[in-house]
Design a protein around this ligand. Structure first.
Ligand code: SAH
Ligand code: DHB
Ligand code: MG
Length: 237
């Protein structure tokens, strides 16, 4: 047994608590259409060979409830994968619009199919391309009055660009908008010296949010079936 404080590995209790909690809060005896669409998205993504790196069910539910609490109407997501987190966000309220950006054409196609199966094609637009090309173009459309401002942003793509995505998103967000960045804790490496560019990307976004007068943020560490990680949550002033 590793000593307390020494283990950065997955603890079976974390998965057990996720399974227990999600199972009781969303029992399979009253499974909703969106629950089966979410499960289908995971199964179809696995079938299509996508990596198993979507948010967990509890994390997805947390994103959905946060978007609902914020009364979000226009959501921007960077990093669609198979559309699992997208479906959680797109079911946060009846008329919500999600614009999700994905660089990998295969991932984008799998996501579109999963979103269609979920009956959410009118709520979701998957845009193919690198975030650093697509986000500036979206910001221009917002400035031109061709698209509404965003009130919720979920960043979960190439970690090196975390801060760049937040910075560009700020130019197209309403006051009070909620920004969430996934995977900033990375088994505690956020607080360690390292050369890993993905951890550098997590450090940069945390440090820059702290410096930026436009934002008020917090890092929430999480454990669960996806091991030890965490979200950065920031609110646009
Ligand atoms: N949000 C998803 C998981 C995203 S995994 C979920 O929880 O269900 C990260 C995704 O970001 C991958 O599909 C990857 O192809 C995509 N990605 C990587 N670099 C990117 C870039 N530069 N621009 C847009 N998407 C990118
Ligand atoms: C990875 C990416 C993610 O967005 C995530 O939530 C977990 C893992 C990865 O690239 O390994
Ligand atoms: Mg992630």
């Amino acid at each position: 047994m590793p000593q307390p404080g020494q283990s950065h590995e997955k603890d079976p209790r974390w998965t057990a608590v996720d399974t227990y909690s999600f199972g009781h809060l969303h029992p399979s005896t009253r499974i909703s259409p969106s629950q089966s669409a979410l499960q289908h998205a995971l199964d179809a993504s696995q079938q299509a060979g996508l990596p198993d790196i979507a948010v967990s069910p509890s994390q997805g539910k947390y994103l959905q409830l946060t978007a609902r609490l914020a009364r979000s109407k226009n959501i921007l997501e960077v990093g669609t994968l198979g559309g699992y987190s997208t479906i959680w966000l797109a079911t946060s309220s009846p008329n919500v619009k999600v614009t999700s950006v994905e660089v990998d054409m295969h991932h984008a196609n799998v996501a579109r199919s999963n979103i269609q199966t979920a009956g959410l094609e009118d709520n979701v637009d998957v845009i193919e391309g690198p975030g650093m090309d697509v986000l500036p173009a979206l910001a221009q459309q917002v400035r031109d009055g061709k698209r509404p401002k965003f009130d919720f942003v979920f960043i979960d793509a190439d970690k090196e660009n975390n801060w760049n995505y937040v910075d560009i998103a700020l130019g197209m967000c309403e006051a009070g908008a909620c920004v969430i960045v996934d995977n900033v804790v990375r088994k505690g490496q956020l607080a360690e010296e390292t050369d890993d560019p993905r951890i550098a990307g997590a450090k940069r976004v945390v440090e820059n949010v702290g410096r930026d007068e436009r934002l008020d943020g917090v890092v929430l560490q999480t454990v669960g079936e996806k091991s030890y990680d965490g979200f950065l949550l920031a609110v646009v002033k």
